[in-house]
Design a protein around this ligand. Sequence first.
Ligand SMILES: O=C(CO)COP(=O)(O)O
Length: 262
Amino acid sequence: MMARKPLIAGNWKMNLNHLEAIALVQKIAFALPAKYFDKVDVTVIPPFTDIRSVQTVVDGDKLLLTYGAQDLSAHDSGAYTGEISGAFLAKLGCTYVVVGHSERRTMHAETDELVLAKTKAALKHGLTPIVCIGEGLDIREAGDHVAYNVTQLKGSLAGLSAEEIAKVVIAYEPVWAIGTGRVASADDAQEVCAAVRGALAEISDGATAEAVRVLYGGSVNAKNVGDIVGQTDVDGALVGGASLKSDEFATLSAIAAGGPLP
Ligand SMILES: O=C(CO)COP(=O)(O)O
C-alpha cells in the first residue's frame, strides 16, 4: 500500500485578525521544529484578511508550514460582490482551500453542485481543495451515515477525472462533532473514511483512491489525535478550536508525525 503523508490543517474559522495571525504563525513555527515536516504536512487556514500577512511571515522566515483559505468563488472574476477568486488565492501563495465546510453548507445553503463548481475552480487555479463532507446527528442516529457521506462525496466530485481526484483532499467532519467537544470514536472515523476511499475507487481507480488523503475533523485535540490518525484510512485532521492554541496545535501535529513531542 502506498504511504500517505499525514496532513494537519488548522481551520481558524472567523477568528484572529491579521496581527494576531502573525503572532500565532510565529508561535506555531517556533514550537514545531523543522524535523517534523518530513513526516507531516502542516497548514493553517486563516480568514481571507489574514492571508497576505501570513504569506509575509512564511516567506520571510522561510517557514515549512503552508497556508490556505476557507472558501473561494466558483467564478474567476467579475460582478460577484464579496466573493474571492481562486486566482487571487493562488497569487497569495495559498496551497489549500477548504470547500463545502458544513458551516457553509448549512449557513450559506451550499449544495453539492456548488461545492463541485468550487472544487473545479480550485483545481483550475492550482489550489488543493479540501472537500468537506459529514452527516448531522439525525442521520448518524438513524444509522444512515455511511450512505449519506458516500452520496455527498460523489455529488461533490461528480464528473472529475481520476487525475483531478488525485489532487483533492477529503475531510470527513461529522456535524455533531464540530465545536461540541464530542469527538467521533476512532472506529467511527475509520468506518466513514474507509467508505470514502471505497467510493473514490469507484469514481476513479484503486491506485488513485489509495493515494488521496482523507482527513477527520470534529473536536480533534492533542489528546485524541493519536487514536484517530492511527486508523488505516485516516490521513490527518482538520482542526478547529485546537488550531488556535500554538502549543496544542504543534503538539498534535508532532503526534501525527509519529512524535516525539516537541
Ligand atoms: O469544523 C472543524 C474544522 O473545520 C472542526 O472544528 P472543531 O475542531 O472546533 O470541532
